[in-house]
Design a binder for this molecule. Structure first.
Ligand code: SF4
Length: 190
C-alpha cells in the first residue's frame, strides 16, 4: 500500500471540553496511578518530559485556572480494518495516520497556547531530539519547547476519555489488524 493510501482511510472527529483546573485536579489527576504505568514504559526516566521529576507538579497546575481537554479520534474505514499489516506497514501506517494527526495538532496547540497565554500538554514522550539528553544525564536541549504529556503529570487519560468524551480507548493489539479507531488526548492550561 502506498503512502497516500493510508491517509485516505480515516476520518477525524474532534471535541474540546473545558474544566476549571481545581475540578480537573480533583477528578482526573492521580500521580500514583500514572507513575506506576510510566514505570513500565521504555521512556521512563529517560526523557525530560517524563517522570521521575524534580519539580512539584501540583504547584504547576495551580498556576492556571482552566484546562481545555482536546480529544481527537481517528476512525478507520472497513477497507483498512480488513487488512493485516506487517511490521513495516505498521510503521508507515502510524506515521501517515496517528503521528501525522499528532503533528498537525501540535502546531494548532502552539497557536492556542500563545493566544491564551497558557501552556499545552502533549501526548506521549518528547521527541524533539533524536535521542533525549536525559539518557546521558545531560540537561534538556530545548527546555522552552519541551512539553509534558497529559499522562506524564498525572492525567487519567482512560477516565477522561470515558467520562468526558464518552469513549473507550482502543489499543493496537497483536492481531495485526487496524482497530476501529485510535485516540489522541492533548490539553491547554491557561
Ligand atoms: S527537548 Fe530534547 S532533551 Fe529536552 S526532553 Fe525533548 S527530547 Fe529530551
Amino acid at each position: 500500500m502506498t503512502d497516500s493510501n493510508y491517509k485516505k482511510h480515516y476520518r477525524i472527529v474532534k471535541d474540546v471540553k473545558t474544566l476549571p483546573i481545581k475540578d480537573y485536579l480533583k477528578d482526573y489527576v492521580d500521580f500514583n496511578t500514572t507513575l506506576s504505568a510510566c514505570r513500565k514504559c521504555p521512556a521512563y526516566n529517560r526523557n525530560w518530559a517524563c517522570p521521575e521529576f524534580d519539580r512539584n507538579y501540583s504547584e504547576f497546575y495551580n498556576s492556571y485556572e482552566k484546562i481545555d481537554l482536546i480529544y481527537v479520534k481517528l476512525i478507520f474505514d472497513d477497507y483498512i480494518r480488513q487488512k493485516k499489516l506487517t511490521q513495516n506497514q505498521w510503521d508507515d501506517f502510524l506515521h501517515e495516520t496517528l503521528f501525522n494527526e499528532k503533528d498537525k495538532l501540535t502546531e494548532e496547540l502552539k497557536v492556542i497556547e500563545k493566544n491564551k497565554n497558557g501552556i499545552y500538554l502533549s501526548s506521549g514522550y518528547c521527541n524533539i531530539c533524536k535521542e533525549c539528553s536525559k539518557i546521558n544525564g545531560e540537561e534538556c536541549m530545548f527546555p522552552n519547547l519541551r512539553r509534558n504529556s497529559v499522562e506524564s503529570i498525572g492525567g487519567l487519560v482512560v477516565k477522561i476519555t470515558r467520562e468526558i468524551f464518552d469513549t473507550q480507548l482502543k489499543w493496537i493489539d497483536e492481531s495485526g489488524k487496524v482497530p476501529e479507531y485510535l485516540s489522541i488526548l492533548n490539553a491547554v492550561m491557561y
